[in-house]
Ligand binder design. Structure first.
Ligand SMILES: Cc1ncc(COP(=O)(O)O)c(C=O)c1O
Length: 461
């Protein structure tokens, strides 16, 4: 152990940052960066004050702050030492991340000159300004609440249950609904409340990377479950899953709609194996020229947890969704949520309550269905037989030969069109090659232009 170290500290009297804070920050940086090591002795406050030309209080304040943060170890009477911070490992070195770093994620922002045809974003400019303002006025009229109900506001839960009954024929009452901040959050609450560490979680392959990341971050072991153009392949599901995350209304990213017979088989599999199914119903409000199919939850409410969101029907920026489950499961999620100190914003809930109560959300959905039907028609018209998975939602699959995808994406980018590939959504070998084309957020004219670029580039294949 070295008895003493020389510290390259400086103080700037002209800086707006207090002198004690300057000393604290520099010492903390030195310890975090390894210039000061565990067990090393710091100068006495008197010596350091003299060295820096500051009052002794400046140094004692800095030391006290660092004691409080756990960086320093004081042995009374014998000096000030750098603490053995291995007991605070997350202060000095990153924990082993449960989610591996992925250089292709997050999405790069599109920038003003690029037309962004990547999936995941709705047409947010189509909202009714007056209805939106009214909703927020109503939210502001109520005083802030003091104790958030972990299940969400009761009037919102009743309205959401009603919405689910009408829009998705889901037999739910308020006792089945817990208000979340969106699908990813609902899945996180489910995993934190109901999954043991090491639980085997089936995730569609290719599939929604957020679902995979969330389950993994909560300690689940991910089991990739193959999908085809109709959705998850039930006959290939292993028997030892604790949970299966699936997108039956519009498989992400390939776009399949799980046929009725497969839904029945999937539920029979879950009943036989004891697995819980998490049904991500993210864009189910939008379907085109096809009859509705019942949600899995409606077919077997005891086996299925349904996750819904306003991210597609209104905007991800609102941050509101719902978890629908049997009351006993819901009670466990609610209880765990309180333990985690987690909640959904009260004012957001009140604004959404107004949108639902006044019928504004229904009207918005009706308008958006027309908007998206037009956009989807433009995509199909321009790209013809290349398009798959187009009967629902806000994105389609454009299947392409394997070696064509990279060059096409690059050339499209050079022409100002930003595209996403199926490769990004695979976690094992890439089985389906092509583009995942989002048509939610572009204007009709821009969308036609972007699709024309793709068609032109694909013609040369
Ligand atoms: C498969 C899937 N589920 C859910 C969502 C929405 O998630 P959230 O409600 O967390 O915004 C998306 C958004 O792109 C998605 O692609």
């Amino acid at each position: 152990m070295r008895a003493h170290v020389d510290l390259p500290l400086v103080v700037d009297r002209l800086s707006p940052v207090a002198l004690a804070a300057q000393v604290t920050d520099q010492l903390r940086d030195a310890m975090r960066g390894g210039a000061l090591r565990a067990g090393e002795r710091l100068p006495s406050s008197r010596a350091l004050a003299a060295l820096l030309g500051v009052s002794r209080t400046v140094v004692t304040d800095a030391y006290q702050q660092l004691y409080a943060e756990g960086w320093l170890d004081g042995r009374r009477g014998s000096g000030t030492y750098v603490a053995d911070v291995t007991i605070f490992p997350d202060l000095v070195r990153p924990l082993e991340p449960r989610i591996p770093w992925d250089p292709t994620d997050p999405f790069e922002p599109a920038g003003p000159d690029l037309l962004d045809l990547r999936p995941g974003r709705p047409w947010v400019l189509g909202y009714d300004v007056a209805a939106w303002r009214r909703a927020w006025r109503d939210a502001g009229d109520a005083p802030p609440g003091d104790t958030p109900d972990p299940r969400g506001h009761s009037d919102l839960r009743a309205l959401l249950a009603d919405h689910l009954r009408r829009a998705r024929a889901v037999p739910a009452g308020p006792e089945n609904v817990l208000v979340t901040r969106g699908t990813g959050h609902g899945l996180d609450l489910f995993a934190a409340s109901l999954l043991r560490p090491g639980a085997r979680a089936g995730v569609e392959e290719p599939g929604y990377r957020v679902a995979r990341n969330v389950l993994r971050a909560r300690g689940a072991e991910i089991v990739p479950c193959p999908v085809d153009d109709q959705g998850v392949i039930v006959d290939e599901l292993p028997d030892d899953l604790d949970v299966l995350y699936t997108t039956p209304a519009h498989q992400f990213p390939l776009g399949g709609r799980l046929p009725m017979a497969r839904r029945e088989r999937l539920l029979a599999w879950a009943r036989r194996t004891g697995a819980v199914i998490v049904e991500d119903d993210y864009d189910a409000e939008f379907r085109y020229d096809v009859a509705p199919l019942p949600a899995l939850y409606g077919l077997d409410p005891a086996r299925v947890v349904l996750l819904g969101t306003l991210s597609k029907s209104l905007s991800p920026d609102v941050g509101l969704g719902w978890l629908v489950a049997a009351p006993e499961l819901l009670a466990r999620v609610a209880e765990r949520r309180t333990l985690l100190g987690d909640r959904t914003s009260g004012p957001v809930q009140r604004a959404v309550t107004t949108l639902l109560r006044r019928g504004d959300l229904d009207r918005h959905l009706r308008r958006m269905r027309l908007e998206y039907a037009r956009r989807r028609a433009a995509v199909v018209e321009t790209l013809g037989p290349l398009v798959k998975g187009d009967t629902a939602g806000l994105h389609v699959l454009v299947e392409l030969p394997e070696d064509a995808v990279g060059p096409l994406v690059e050339e499209a980018r050079a022409r100002g069109v930003l595209l996403d590939t199926t490769a990004r959504h695979h976690h094992g070998p890439i089985r389906v090659h092509g583009l995942v084309l989002g048509y939610g957020s572009a204007s009709l004219a821009d969308l036609r232009r972007g699709c024309a670029v793709i068609r032109e580039l694909a013609r040369d294949l």
